[in-house]
Design a protein around this ligand. Structure first.
Ligand code: UD1
Length: 364
């Protein structure tokens, strides 16, 4: 069987790693198409190197642009590339423009499409990711969902008969990385002269938080007001938006805020294990914080990973004093829910391989 994975943005490379390994084990012929949505080495190449992912077979080199430009260019390129590869399945990941373009191109070429991380919903249709999820779920033939909550959302949209709960592949890679490098020192602490558990680690990159200058300033101001160091790992979108709005993004510009480039995946996990808390608007990092049992503060009105909030490890806040207070809250001394595993057992990718091998889709 041949499966073509379509990926393009940082979180998709993390999800691709356990899939690539599980497909090799299962004897699946795996072809990787990189759309080029993310092209900075720190957002792309280092993930392939660190996580031992096979090099992409096809690189579309699309790059940045408006949603329409980016998605349209991907559709054109995929229409050209996919037929010659003769896939049994196209596999798309998560909720980016690369996901929606991959699913749309494949389904119209009458190629079976599976969506990994199906069924997540924020119920906020202003988010581009929410639109990408809805479109992708409704055109895909097989919906591989990480959680029971995801399966419930799909059932509510009439998609139950295409749904399989497989667990979360990011949990697979997180557990493996924690077990292999989790006990190592974090180079970030030495580089920034930080004591263990004395600082919070922050990432902010969502369009809702970066594209409105007032909101962006309010977030940076609040992070600087936290009474301990907050290290922000500056995503290129954040850097670009600060430059566009003349908002300073340097050490000392915002109280206790320290600015650092993005980290490679193993370094991010090591740094998270040494942080007193995480502040983010990323979906993946909320879940990683939960799995590592590090308190998380999410700067968004909703989350798709509701279990992290229900189990007490994540709080959703708006910029302002609520954000300062949340990031300053103490770490729970006795976590009550060590046994809660809503995201699976670390073997989701094997279930994906098995499900694709046994599912046949008939095309007109
Ligand atoms: C995309 C996804 C988002 C995901 C995020 C992970 C969509 C709609 N959004 O957001 O769901 O959480 O990836 O990181 O697909 N840029 C660079 N170098 C790069 C890539 C981007 O400088 O390698 C800058 C450019 O200014 C670009 C901006 O970042 O315009 C935004 O990039 P884009 O790919 O449009 O979306 P992300 O914000 O990265």
């Amino acid at each position: 069987m041949r499966v073509v994975s379509i990926v393009g943005a940082r979180p998709q490379f993390v999800k691709l790693a356990p899939i690539d390994h599980a497909f090799a084990q299962a004897g699946i012929d795996h072809v990787i198409i990189h759309t080029g949505q993310h092209y900075d080495p720190l957002l792309s190449d280092v993930f392939f190197e660190d996580l031992g992912i096979s090099a992409p077979d096809v690189h579309l080199g699309i790059g940045s642009g408006s949603h329409g430009e980016q998605t349209g260019a991907m559709l054109q390129a995929l229409d050209r590339e996919l037929p010659a590869l003769h896939p049994d399945w196209v596999l798309v990941y998560g909720d980016t423009n690369s996901t929606a373009a991959g699913a749309l191109s494949a389904v119209k070429l009458h190629i079976a499409v599976a969506h990994l991380e199906a069924g997540l919903r924020s119920f906020n249709r202003a988010m581009p990711e929410e639109i990408n999820r809805i479109v992708t779920d409704h055109v895909s033939d097989l919906l591989l969902t990480p959680t029971a909550v995801g399966a419930e959302h799909l059932a509510n949209e009439g998609l139950a008969d295409r749904t399989v709960v497989v667990g979360d592949v990011m949990t697979d890679v997180l557990m493996h990385t924690r077990d292999t490098v989790g006990h190592d020192d974090s180079p970030l602490l030495e580089e920034l002269a930080l004591d263990d558990h004395s600082f919070s680690l922050a990432t902010i990159h969502r369009a809702e938080n970066t594209d409105d200058p007032e909101r962006l300033r309010a977030i940076l101001h609040s992070l600087g007001e936290v009474p301990h160091p907050v290290v922000i790992l500056a995503h290129p979108r954040l850097v670009a938006k600060c430059a566009q709005f003349n908002i300073p993004l340097t050490d000392g510009a915002w109280g206790n805020l320290r600015v650092h480039p993005p980290l490679a995946y193993p370094d991010l996990i090591k740094a998270s294990l040494h942080a007193r808390s995480i502040v983010t608007d990323s979906g993946g990092l909320q879940k990683e914080a939960f799995l590592l049992r590090v308190p998380c503060t999410t700067v968004r009105p909703q989350t798709e990973w509701v279990e992290t909030v229900q189990l007490g490890w994540n709080v959703l806040v708006e910029p302002g004093q609520a954000l300062v207070n949340a990031v300053s809250r103490p770490t729970p001394l006795e976590p009550a829910d060590e046994d809660a595993h809503p995201y699976g057992d670390g073997h989701a990718a094997e279930r994906v391989a098995h499900t694709l091998l046994k599912t046949a889709i008939k095309r007109p």
